[in-house]
Design a protein. Sequence first.
Length: 446
Amino acid sequence: MRRGIWLALLFCLLWLAAAAWPVGAKGESGKTAQLAVVTADQVNVRQGPGVPYRPLANVHRGEAYRLIEVKDGWVNIEWKPNRTGWIAARYVALAKETAIVQENRLRLRQEPSRDGRIIGHLARGETVWVIKEDGEWTEVIADGAIGWVSSAYLTAARESSISHQTGIVNASSLNVRAEPSLKAARVGRLVRGEEVEIVEKKPGWYKIASQTGLDGWVSSAYVQVKGGQANEKEAEAPQSADRSLLSAIAPSDSRLYVDSWTRGPVQALAGKTIVLDAGHGGKDGGAQSVDGIKEKELTLETAKLLKNKLQSYGARVVLTRSSDEYVPLSARVAAARLYQADAFISLHYDSAADPDASGITIYYYDRFADYELAQSFQGLFRQLSALPFRGIAFGDYYVLRENEKPSVLLELGYLSNRSDAAVVATNGYQEAVTTAIVNAVRHYFQ
């Protein structure tokens, strides 16, 4: 009898627990599933959340995978049925659904405002991933690029039918691939002016069937949907639409913009914050050449020139100092944290007791956080003919050691070497070295 009572109580408790289980908990399909969309050309999927873990596979730009967990800058995804792995959060953006662009040459902006910098244009019929809404604006992912568009010119994908849509190839030669990925096998080629039927859409890709019997996936950037108007639209007062463009739970804190679908200027660093640290300043003069060239003046000159070049690629650039002033090392590091820097670059010119010491050196501190950034510079610095490249080295410097953000310290020549000092002070060298730095930063974020 007593045993029967206990079994009845246990049954009641289990029934209550089942009734209280939240609808939409992890494991249900569709409505609560969130996707991680890859925003870099190729990203390693690792066994655990960190660089030391073994790579399992590669994923590619525009591909979307079911999100399982976000942890310490890493995202756990299901990259194959019942196979999970981890990818760095800075190479993904999180989304829940897709939308269809309703106007041709719809402006993609860096900020949710009509005054925001235009970083590209979207084509009518293009499918984009939706991240979130902010008033009359929607943040989207299109072919690996992220920006804001007017919500009035998007329709939720489930409301849009693509039956009987025809596209016209607008590239001289367009590869057709077996899967919607640049790494997929090429199955054929189309030429300018060919008409195709669009049978399926994924962000950045169309599945097509050609009149010659060729079918496969092509980049949507090079197919003009028939009937699109060649104009630019952006609502001044967008009307509300009855659609649900859901926001992401935890947006990626570092995103890649590559303007591969517009003929406008490439904004490869849009959305990135770079902190440039001009070494020394004020009472701290740093090194000085025998001819009187002061390190504190040269680093500031380099930082200002570099700032202009980085901004031309869409980066948000913060200088730790913009004049001849003394800034404590702690304040320089604090700037990286305050502005949520995606990269911190400290600029210096070296000095040594050996007057023959010459060349450029890259210093890093954290093997995991900094080394990848340091590696981005070495190929470009090797190509500089003006000074030799001395390599990458560990550096126990305060601005690296105490920095939470990816950071490097660059020694761009020796002021203690007469030849180096004469070179680094020239306009030609300043142009060359800052261009190399910009290209290295672009490479790092790609």
